[in-house]
Every structure is written in C-alpha cells, then in structure tokens.
Design a protein around this ligand. Sequence first.
Ligand code: G3H
Ligand code: 13P
Ligand code: NA
Ligand code: ZN
Length: 331
Amino acid sequence: ALITLRQLLDDAAENDYALPAFNVNNLEYIQAVMRAADATDSPVILQASRGARAYAGDAFLRHLILGAAEEYPHIPVCLHLDHGDQPSTCISAITNGFTSVMMDGSLEKDGKTVASYEYNVAVTAEVVKIAHAAGVSVEGELGCLGNLETGAGDKEDGHGFEGKLSREELLTDPEQALDFVSKTGVDALAVAIGTSHGAYKFTREPDGEILSIETIAKINKRLPNTHLVMHGSSSVPADLQELFNAYGGKMKKTWGVPVSEIQKAIPLGVRKVNIDTDLRLAFTGEIRKHHIEHPDNFDPRNYLKPAIAHMTEVCKERFVAFRAAGQASKI
Ligand code: G3H
Ligand code: 13P
Ligand code: NA
Ligand code: ZN
C-alpha cells in the first residue's frame, strides 16, 4: 500500500534525514528509482507533474506505481502531485490515488502571474481541507523560485514567472511563512531560496549570495516543526553535462545546487528535495551515447537499459547523501 507524505516526512524529521523526491513520467523512471531505493533501503517519493500526468495518463501512472509497491513490498512509497496549479487539479489527483498533493499557490493558475499572499492562503487552505478529509497530505509553496543574481523568474521548463523579480519576492519571508503554515495547515512547505527549475540555475558555483541556505535557517527558527521542501534542487553535476555534450548534446556550462549545500539544509528542517533535471540528463546522456556507439541497433531495450542503470546510480547517490539510505526497513 502507498504511504502519505506526512508519514514519510515525520519519520525523516525524527531521524534527521531528507528524502529526494524524484519526478517520474514512465515505467523506466519508476524502475530506476525503485531499484535505487531497494539497493539502499530507502523510502520513496515518486512525484508526477501535470505534464507527467498528461504524458502517461492517470490510470497508467497509478498502476505503474501500484506495480512498484507490489514488486517492492518492503519499500514505503508515496505518490505525490508536483506543482498542482489549482484546487481542481489536486482533487483529480486525490481521485486518482495520489497520497499527497502540492498546491502551488505562489503563482496564479496561469502559471505566470505572481499571486497575492491572500490568494495563496485561500487556495492552499481549501486544498488542505479536502485532502485531509481524504487522508491525503498537502505541500504548499511560499515565495517565487528564480535567480537572485539576475532577478529572472523560474521559466526554464515552460512554467513560472517571466518578468523580473525582486530579492524580496525571491526569498521566502520567515514571518510570513509562520503565518502561512498556521492559516493553511500544510504538511510541508516549499520555500524560495534562489533555486530554479531546469539545468540553468546558476552561472557560477553558488555561494550564499545566490543560494540562501541562511533563509532556510531563519524559517526553521520560526517553524521548527514544519517540514521544509527544496525545489529546483538538481545538482547538474559536471560529469552529466560532459556525458550529454560528448555525444552531440548542446548544453552550455552551468551550475546546479551542490549536494554539499543540500546536506547543510537537512539539519535546518529540509525533509524533501525535488530532483528531475539530474535524472533527465543521466537518461538522455546514456541514450545519446548508445546511439552514437551502436548506430545499427533498433531495439529500444538496448538503449533504455543503460539509461535506467545510470538514472539508478544518480538516485542511489542522492539517497545516500541525504541519509535516507537504511531508513525504509525502520518505518
Ligand atoms: O516542475 C518541474 C518538474 O521538473 C516537472 O517538469 O512539468 O516538465 O514535467 P514537467
Ligand atoms: P530540478 O529541475 O532542479 O530537477 O527541480 C525539480 C523540481 O523542483 C520539481 O518540482
Ligand atoms: Na512538489
Ligand atoms: Zn518544483
């Protein structure tokens, strides 16, 4: 059976670790995450975006994930909706077997306009009321993802604000976070600290000016019992950029969120760390490599196998680095 986000994050808080939350879109992603979790004895959060639901279909996603739970009965699995854009999206996820939903009210439902604080509180509280009645957890978001150096909003993957944002908008206000959690009753809170989605987060190795772990410390002081969530937290490691570029890919030099910075945030209350881009890069890099090295092959299994294997390695590294390894059998 699937477990809720609340149950998983309560355990993470009790034992001071964090869970990577991996975005999944198809069978191969799910196999990769589950193999890594099995190899490291880690609990699992599988999250599906609106895009993933549209790509795979809700029935396929639900049954793939129930398949994962059946294949690995000793691994607790949470099925989470990533970035629900409005209450109706969260409700349809609940109807389709999700055990956790994110209501992202930081932007209006067009996905582009920065929402008022009152709007965010209202839609998030509405979802909490419905979800909790159904035994489902809720993640909210306060603050806007985006780049602290340029003021650019988060728009790499086609959603997010397109104009310039102020430093104030780009960093979650700790006092407001306290008010938001008490007014909405969310189980977990996503915060803005200078990260953004996709591969191009930073143009240099991030320091405290552009990646504000300090903001997490301030929020944790006001909200010591709230589970915090980091979005846009792929590390975009150099070796994955090199693999992609070595076989015809075109990615300009970029920096993600270093694993060492995420590790600093764990004792400060971060319990869920969202990762999608690193999986995409490992998977696509291996497929590029296979096609260059085996131009005669046309059996998809032959290139999907190394792609899954590399994705599995990335997942294992994150489970170990966030200290989730060894925790599944204790839940
Ligand atoms: O929110 C960002 C995640 O990486 C999901 O991306 O909307 O392209 O599936 P997606
Ligand atoms: P990345 O693009 O850094 O992997 O972030 C994923 C994410 O935050 C999904 O919600
Ligand atoms: Na999420
Ligand atoms: Zn996100």
